[in-house]
Design a protein around this ligand. Structure first.
Ligand SMILES: Cc1ncc(COP(=O)(O)O)c(C=O)c1O
Length: 212
């Protein structure tokens, strides 16, 4: 529980200046509405708090877990599910298991923590965003699309064995949250299938991407 305060505009400007315009260096007491991250540090709804009260925490066979598993299978069509507490924890697990020294991870566009985990495990990221994605002024609706021809070139140049996995960020929040089209996702999936590559989909921003 936290009492919200709305500092006046001069106080906020002073805090922003003192932080060198770096939102990571702002103190929470100077922030009225925190939109730095999508990682869930804002207020919880009455439904969320109520759901915590009736959650089944039993050590095994928890009904809450079964509900989560059923819903995730329904949405993603995957048989195996491993819940983790945060995106970066998932990235750590995926990278430790799949990235080997010298391996390559093609991505439409990098995300900070994702790249850190890949690099920590000895791999490197190849950004293959479609050229349309970097045009600042255009009406192109899906600037997050991956350049599938560039993916094919990477496979031809390095061989499929050097590729740890292919990763799609949807949307690409480091270039403004540009969305990825479902058609592009299907083309990437087909290219991965042709070369026996695993496709990792970062669904952190799935809701925004589906909206777009
Ligand atoms: C696209 C994307 N991938 C991964 C992450 C990492 O998730 P988390 O902050 O839950 O570790 C984020 C979080 O902001 C994200 O936006």
């Amino acid at each position: 529980v936290q009492k919200l305060t709305l500092p006046d505009i001069e106080a906020r400007l002073a805090a922003i200046t003192a932080a060198g315009n770096n939102t990571f260096l702002l103190q929470n007491r100077d922030v009225f509405m925190d939109m730095l991250t999508d990682s869930g540090v804002n207020a919880m709804s009455d439904r969320q708090v109520a759901a915590m009260m009736v959650a089944d925490d039993s050590y095994a066979g928890s009904a809450t877990y079964t509900r989560l598993e059923t819903r995730l299978r329904e949405i993603f069509g995957m048989e195996f599910i491993l819940p983790a507490h945060q995106g970066r924890a998932c990235e750590n697990i995926v990278s430790q298991v799949m990235v080997t020294p010298g391996s390559i991870v093609p991505m439409n566009y990098h995300f900070t923590t994702t790249k850190a985990h890949i690099v920590l495990n000895g791999g490197s990221v190849e950004e293959i965003i479609h050229a349309r994605g970097l045009e600042v002024t255009s009406d192109e609706p899906f600037k997050g699309d991956m350049d599938v021809a560039a993916l094919e070139r990477l496979v031809a140049e390095h061989g499929a064995e050097r590729i740890a996995f292919v990763r799609v960020e949807a949307g690409t929040n480091l270039i403004g949250g540009q969305p990825v089209s479902l058609a592009n996702l299907q083309e990437v999936r087909a290219a991965c299938d042709r070369h026996g590559l695993t496709l990792v989909y970062d669904a952190s921003l799935m809701a925004d991407n589906l909206y777009f």
